[in-house]
Write a protein that binds this ligand. Structure first.
Ligand code: 5GP
Ligand code: ZN
Length: 115
């Protein structure tokens, strides 16, 4: 999508610190980290919000979680733990309208909302 900042990152029109990439997914460091580890995992397919995810995207979504695991293991923070967040819509504060999964870690995370 033309005016989508994450599509521009995917197309390398905007630089980013890429930590993982394959045909379907890219992962890069968040420009404004909320924790010592803050990585965004983004499908290359432009999907605006989680509400636009369909059954067709099932394999892609499970692949994203495989990639999250791989990133955690390869970067040495799988054992200490981490949090995955995906915002959807206005009340969540979603800013970029291309779905993405935040991986947060590297410290004891506060502000636990559920659990
Ligand atoms: P949201 O609020 O939509 O869930 O999260 C969007 C995230 O994208 C924010 O944490 C923000 O810091 C990050 N972000 C926005 N623009 C850029 C950018 O150009 N480069 C990188 N690396 N991260 C970005
Ligand atoms: Zn996009």
């Amino acid at each position: 999508m033309e005016d989508c900042i994450f599509c521009k990152i995917i197309n390398k029109e905007i630089p980013s610190e890429i930590v993982y990439e394959d045909e379907e997914v890219i992962a890069f460091k968040d420009i404004n980290p909320a924790a010592p580890i803050h990585i965004l995992v983004v499908p290359k397919k432009h999907i605006e919000t989680l509400l636009d995810v369909t059954k067709e995207d099932g394999k892609l979504i499970s692949h994203i979680y495989e990639v999250i695991n791989k990133i955690a293991i390869d970067n040495g923070f799988s054992k200490q733990g981490f949090r995955v967040i995906a915002n959807c819509g206005k009340d969540s504060g979603q800013e970029v309208m291309h779905i993405h999964f935040h991986i947060l870690g590297g410290k004891k995370l506060g502000d636990k909302i559920v659990g």
